[in-house]
Design a protein around this ligand. Structure first.
Ligand code: SF4
Length: 316
């Protein structure tokens, strides 16, 4: 059975050579579809309608491999802390996703699947196949952005799917992928994060990355200062802290009042957010402009820069 694997993951498993500034602690798989995904998300190279190479997802190359050739490298591999499998929409993708999940979970490594809305019975089948956590690419922070970027189905269907996911996998075991910088205001982005945490889900932050061959190829990358603010607030929400008293809203922008509760945790807030051990090295970024830091060594090395990026958004 064919499947795609991120190039960094292949290198981590010793199947290709790649000079890496940071190693992935999760191995990332992508369901293989020669024509790409039947959905038409405007930011995604996998969308069938977009002309970008189907070897890419975000900035990363995903070579095609035989699943059987990888499984043996995963079993007993203590450097691999999690396996993530991203499904696409194609004919019979659900049955194939369940089968792939069964084989990946047989390695004994915790497994996450990221999939578009499916019914609750399918979620139970995935759970029985050994999936531990669910990723959901809501991607957009508002219903209007959701429509603008051509997400499949509807905003309401995604919210129902999040509720179903929480019922099957449990609180905080459903990770909602949100892309910052698709045209929403910072205030709208914050409102979406608060809604998702109130539902019992967790938020995985992605920064919008313009990719050649997609309709958004020439759209600008988002403000790094605004992204840092969202990282700080996401971290606080994820650890159950109150945020209203430290937030100042002004013209759709979000500012942070100086407060030790977030100041002492900046180093943790800027790390990649997601399932435990998901670090997605350089998925959204070049090593020169890092939005999500894949490890603490890189955070420490860049702490002055991170504080400068945040300083424009801190008020007394
Ligand atoms: S947060 Fe990371 S490991 Fe979890 S589903 Fe998303 S990409 Fe996969």
């Amino acid at each position: 059975m064919l499947i795609r694997v991120s190039q960094g993951s292949l290198a981590m498993l010793g199947l290709t050579k790649l000079k890496m500034d940071a190693e992935p602690s999760t191995i990332y798989f992508l369901q293989y579809s020669p024509g790409g995904c039947k959905a038409s998300c405007a930011f995604c190279t996998q969308a069938r309608v977009n002309i970008g190479s189907k070897d890419f997802l975000s900035r990363i190359i995903w070579p095609r491999v035989r699943l059987e050739d990888i499984l043996g490298r995963l079993k007993g591999n203590t450097r691999v802390k999690r396996v993530c499998f991203q499904a696409v929409i194609k004919d019979d993708f659900i049955d194939e996703a369940i089968e792939i999940s069964r084989r990946l979970s047989s390695t004994g490594i915790p497994l996450s699947i990221a999939i578009t809305p499916v019914n609750r019975e399918v979620l139970y089948s995935l759970y029985e196949a050994g999936v531990e956590r669910l990723g959901i690419g809501l991607d957009a922070a508002t219903p209007k952005i959701f429509r603008n970027v051509n997400k499949p189905y509807t905003w309401e269907k995604y919210l129902d799917f999040i509720r179903d996911g929480l019922a099957v996998f449990g609180e905080k075991k459903v990770h909602i992928h949100l892309i910052y910088g698709l045209g929403e205001s910072e205030e709208e982005f914050l409102r979406a994060m608060k809604m998702l945490y109130k539902m019992g889900a967790d938020v995985s932050l992605f920064s919008f990355t313009p990719i050649r061959g997609t309709p958004l190829a020439n759209a600008p990358q988002p403000s790094i200062s605004g992204y840092r603010v969202m990282q700080v607030l996401r971290f606080m929400l994820s650890t159950g802290q109150e945020i209203d008293t430290i937030v100042k809203l002004c013209g759709g922008k979000v500012y942070l009042k100086r407060d030790p509760r977030w100041l002492r945790n900046i180093h943790k807030a800027v790390l990649t957010s997601g399932c435990p051990w998901c670090n997605r090295p350089f998925y959204n970024e070049s090593p020169r402009m890092i939005y999500n830091y894949p490890n603490m060594d890189l955070v420490k090395k860049n702490m002055d820069k991170i504080l400068r990026e945040l300083s424009a958004r801190v008020v007394d």
